[in-house]
Structures are given as C-alpha cells and as structure tokens.
Design a protein around this ligand. Structure first.
Ligand code: AHM
Ligand code: MG
Length: 335
C-alpha cells in the first residue's frame, strides 16, 4: 500500500505556498482537526450515551431547539480555539453574541473563526449524516486588543480558509485556503485524517437536486418552474429526469453534489423570507469551497461571497452547486 499523506503533513507542505506564512494558519487548521476528532468520537457513540443524545432543553438565538450534541460540539471547538493562541475570538451559530477571547495570549492571535458546530441538527437523533462548517478570517482590529464585531462581519471574499467536517459513513474533513479544495478521510485505526480526495472539482453539471420540496407552494414561482422544467422532466439525450435527494443536512447534501455534481436550494419562502441558512456560518464557507472547486453559490440573484454582512445571524436564500445548474435556476428566478 502506498504511504498515505496525513492532514498534518499536507498542511505543512502547503505552508510553502504562502511565502510570508508564520505557521499560525497551519496550527489553526490542525487544531480544527483535533476538535473534529473529538466531536466525531462523540457522534459515533451518541446512540449509547444518554448524556450525549437528545435535546439540551433550551433554544438558541434563532429560536431553534438545541440538541446536547450541538452544545458539546460548540464547546469542543471553542476550547481548542481558546487554547491554541491563533484565534482572538469566535462567532458560532449556537451563541447569541460573538465571543472575544479575554486572555492576552488569545488577543495576540490574528484570526477569527465563524462556525456552525453541528449542522443538520434535526438529523442528530436519527443517525443521519451531520457536519461542522467553519470559516476563517484575518482580524481587522489590531493585534493585542479584544476581537470586535467588525472582525466577524466581513464579506465572504475576505475568507482566508474555510471547510467542513462531515460525520457520515466515514468522517471527512474538506477545506480550502484559496488554492483548490482537498478532502481527508479520518482513518479510525490510526486516528489521523489522510488525504483521500485531492484537488476536488465540482462537475459543471449534475443530475441531482436537493431542496425541501414541502416548501414549493410558499416559494417564488421561479423555483417551481426550475424544479418542474429542469429537474422533473427528462432532458434531451437523458434517460430520465434528475434524482431528488434531500438529506436535510446541508453539509451532507453539499458534499454529495461536490463529488457527483448537483444543486442544493434553500430559497426565500413566505415563512422565511431570507431563507433558512446563515450567511456567516453556513453559506460563506461552503460558497468558498464551491467556487474553489469550480461551482457557484448565489442567493438566486447575487454572489454570496460579495455580500457585506450586517448581522451575525443573518440569513440568505442559498443556491449552491454545479455552475450550469445554479445559472439555470437563477435564470428562472429572473423571469
Ligand atoms: P441547522 O444548522 O440548525 O441544522 O440548520 C440548517 C439545516 C441544513 O443543514 C438543512 O439543509 C436545512 O437546515 C434543513 O431545513 P428544513 O428542515 O427546513 O428543510
Ligand atoms: Mg447549520
């Protein structure tokens, strides 16, 4: 068997791509890998442990019921960020406010991390794939001071790195630092992420669409037109219509589409006019990966990464996936 490249080796090799790199980003990515191994272990044992599975008993700032694993994952990531020295503050989907770290050690860090500790919360209790999504920015505020809200509210285009960890049939970490996308599978025998998907490219088109179609009657008619015309009718030269696949964990639906081609849509609805997904914790990081892999991510009207955020928990309608499919959906919305 050929020698596997571990995530750590890969990160160290790639540091040379950034001539003035001080190693902080490399250390931060390694810290994320450590926290995700902890969370992966908890996810794998959840069905056996009453203190891990089930509802936490409170709601988060978005009015959603928190699961115990949401909180466990949130704490695991915050703990590595607080002790690593590279991060001066974080914002997380599970916390109402952003969190500037208090220690001098952390305030010397040059990065902020925004993350969704456990995406796909409604799937936790039913043993369906879930994930962590993260986004890294260079701080705007001066080093040695507490992180500020402005550090958190940066356009997606300013991301330094982004990625996700999928707790699926295997645990995978996929990330980009702006030089392509690479995926690593956690080898449970040696406890290391190993390079399994190098230089990932999203097919220009695909045959899978993912949307909560229960919402179709409360969406813009353009969405219905796109689904009926492009997804549910056999296209010339094709044997049958597209396949509908909706896991209900964005990170898992996105990962499948990244590999096989496809589109994921969470549009504006009359119930959720801004859609359901959070710009900072879900849309921007996946948009960065999609674009780096040759795909597209828009609100149906504009590029997600060009939006200047105004609020931490801001939501946006989200169309992400293979370039041709996202463009076709946007054309239907224009009509
Ligand atoms: P979460 O971060 O609380 O889990 O919410 C995000 C999730 C996505 O992973 C998923 O695609 C979507 O919300 C599902 O929403 P719905 O149940 O409305 O289809
Ligand atoms: Mg989420």
């Amino acid at each position: 068997m050929a020698k596997l490249t571990t995530l750590h080796e890969f990160i160290m090799d790639k540091q040379a791509d950034f001539p003035y790199a001080s190693g902080e980003l490399s250390r931060l990515l390694s810290d994320i890998a450590i926290a995700s191994k902890v969370v992966s272990n908890d996810v794998r044992r959840a069905g056996l442990m009453n203190d891990i599975l089930g509802k936490q008993g409170n709601t988060n700032v978005q009015g959603e019921e928190q699961q115990k694993l949401d909180v466990i994952a949130d704490k695991a990531f915050i703990s590595v960020f607080k002790t690593g020295g590279e991060v001066c503050g974080i914002a997380s989907e599970e916390n109402d406010e952003f969190m500037p770290f208090e220690s001098e050690f952390s305030q010397a860090g040059k990065y902020v991390v925004l993350f969704d500790p456990l995406d796909g919360s409604s799937n936790i209790d039913v043993n369906v794939s879930i994930g962590t999504i993260f986004s890294i920015y260079r701080r705007i505020s001066p080093k040695g001071t507490p992180a500020t809200k402005e550090d958190m509210l940066q356009e997606g285009d300013k991301q330094i790195a982004a990625g996700y960890v999928l707790y699926g049939s295997s645990t995978m970490l996929v990330y980009t630092t702006g030089k392509g996308v690479n995926g690593f599978t956690l080898d449970p025998y040696i406890g290391e992420f190993c390079l399994s998907h190098s230089n990932m490219k999203m097919p220009e088109t695909g045959r899978t669409y993912a949307m909560n179609e229960g919402n179709i009657s409360i969406c813009d008619p353009g969405i219905k037109e796109y689904i009926e015309t492009y997804c549910q009718q056999t296209q010339p030269g094709q044997p049958r219509p597209y396949s509908g696949r909706y896991i209900g964990s964005l990170v898992a639906d996105f990962h499948r589409n990244l590999i096989k081609g496809g589109i994921y849509i969470y549009p504006s609805t009359t119930v959720d006019p801004e859609g359901r997904l959070r710009l900072l914790y879900e849309c921007n990081p996946l948009a960065y990966i999609a674009e780096q892999a040759g795909g597209l991510a828009t609100t149906g009207h504009e590029r997600v990464m060009g939006i200047k955020p105004t609020e931490l928990h801001e939501r946006v309608p989200f169309f992400i996936g293979s370039k041709t499919m996202v463009e076709q959906a946007m054309n239907c919305l224009k009509k």
